[in-house]
Structure formats: C-alpha cells, structure tokens
Write a protein that binds this ligand. Sequence first.
Ligand SMILES: Cc1ncc(COP(=O)(O)O)c(C=O)c1O
Length: 340
Amino acid sequence: MLNHGGRLNSAAQEYNIPVEDWIDLSTGINPEHWPIPELPSVCFSRLPETDDGLIGAAQQYYQADNLLPVAGSQAAIQLLPLLRGKSRVAVPEIGYAEHAYQWKKSGHELVFYQTPDIEKIINDIDVLILINPNNPTGETYTREQSLRWHQVLQSQQGWLIVDEAFIDCNEANSLVSFSQQPGLIVLRSIGKFFGLAGVRSGFVFAEQTLLEEMNEKLGQWALSGISRYLTKKALLDTTWQQKNRVLLSRSSEMLHDLIVQKSGLTPSGTTLFKTLMHPQAEYIFELFAQQGVLIRLLDNKQGVRFGLPKKEEWLLIRSIFEQVFKRINKAEEIEKRKLA
Ligand SMILES: Cc1ncc(COP(=O)(O)O)c(C=O)c1O
C-alpha cells in the first residue's frame, strides 16, 4: 500500500521523540476539527439506518441531490476502477497517488499527464481524473474547462472523475451541481475542511444508475452509525463552517507569508496546505523532523508540503521555520561559494 502523511507513530520511533511532543503538519487537513459532540448511545447499539437525515443534510450542504455517502472518498477511489472494462486512464503526474495506484491495480492502462497535455490526449482516453484543487500542487481547473473535457469524454462513453477533496474552502470551481450528467463523477471528503479524517466519511456525486451500482457493490452499512451521525451534524453546522472558512483563510495567508519570508520562495497550494518546491527538500524535511515537526516530503522528493498549525503552535512554528531556513540558506551559500 502507498505511504501517506499522518504516520506520526513511526516518525516518533524513528526520531526518538514521544508522539505527544510532535507538531503534525503532514496531512493538510483542518487542524482545528469540527468539535465532536456527545454521541447518542443508539449510534453504538443500533445498526445504521439510511433514513437518519444524513442524505438531506448532505443535499443541503452540497446543493445537489444525486449523492451516495461512502467511507471516505478513498472508498470511491478504490471502487471506481472495478466498474469499467479495461480503459485508458489519464492521471496527473503529480497528485494524490491513490488514483493511479488503484486503476493500475485493476489492470487499466495509465497515461500520466501535466495539465497542458490534457487537450492533446483527451480524444484518446476513456477516463480523465482531475484533482481540483490538486494535492499537492494546488493547481485548479475552472468549471468551463472541466465541463468542456467532460463533453468530449461523454461523447466517447468515457468518464470525467473530479476529486474535490480539498475544495470546500473555495467552491467556485466545484462540479457537484452538474454531476447528474452521465459520465461525470465528483468526489467529496469530510476529512479535510471539517478535519475529521478519522471519521472515514465522504460522498460520491454521479448519475443515479452509477450511484446504485456503487451502493450495491459497497453493500450494507458502508458507514458506521457514528460516522453517519457526526457527518450529518457537521454538514448542518453552518455557523462553524462560516467561521472556519474565515479562520482557515487567515491562517493560510500567515503560513504563505512565513514560507516566503524564511525561504525567499513562493509556495503553491490551497487554503489547507502549502507546497514548496526546493532543491533541498529532503534536508528541509529532516531538519523539521529533528525539531519534532512532521511535514510531508513529496513522493518525487523535489518539494515539501506544510499543513496549517493549530493556534497554539504558531509561536513555536515561527521559531522553527527561522532556525531551519537559516541552516538551509547557509548551506546554499556555501554551495554557491564552492561553485564560484
Ligand atoms: C486529493 C485527495 N483525495 C482524496 C483523499 C482521500 O480522503 P478521504 O478518504 O479521507 O476522503 C485524499 C487523502 O489524503 C486526498 O489527498
């Protein structure tokens, strides 16, 4: 299985720093998760029921009707490749690697693309996977652009799959409201904006026949009663959502400014994370880890990704950024002098 962020226990062992002393910036999820309320005991004692109000809450939050709750958007990422015959599937060269991994595992042919390639390959593929906004690059696609590609794919009986796991902070480009169209599949997550990665909950938006097929394959009780209860409550909590959009956006600007100030480089990313491409990415990762801060080293080792710190972590994070980039910049200067 692939390696993702959030493996704090193994970092604690490797660097010999107790788990509770780490600051975890490796996952790119809201560090101040939606607050967990007291749970009714029926969530534990009774089997989950589908008429519990979750669907209505989700339809209200997403402003779309044709949806299916799943145990995290990951569950849909794993299932979709099983629902098509052998296909040519275009996946981003840099992006959440589970898409490529799952389609390949099911015997499909992969085509890796950089965004400018899409126009060139669109007529020769069956499935296009867009991650909007992309994790980790932060690249975005407008509605017009995505819908144009969908039209081409639809005329070829193909699929456009849009992974919108990170879109909640700015939904202008979301395609959920178009997803009743055949061949358009949109994935959403409760893990990122709501910070509830452990609840394992998300939604698929697609035409009804495909949703029914997915539901059938996933079987009974795909989400636990606790997941359904927490997801419903979080989706209905518009006061928390509004407040957090503002807080996250402020925190995101602060992180952007800190990275620019200390590294002299401009990161890309989304509201929830910033990605810094850097020739010394591995060394940066190492220096942060030595200080008990877990960040994400990109799979190609050419950059690092920072999630947002919690309110009380900012002071320490600022000082660790100062120390780390002092060493990085000094090492670069020595290298330059050697070359001169
Ligand atoms: C772009 C993207 N999509 C989907 C997922 C899966 O998230 P979840 O299964 O928690 O909804 C992730 C997880 O990191 C991700 O980065």
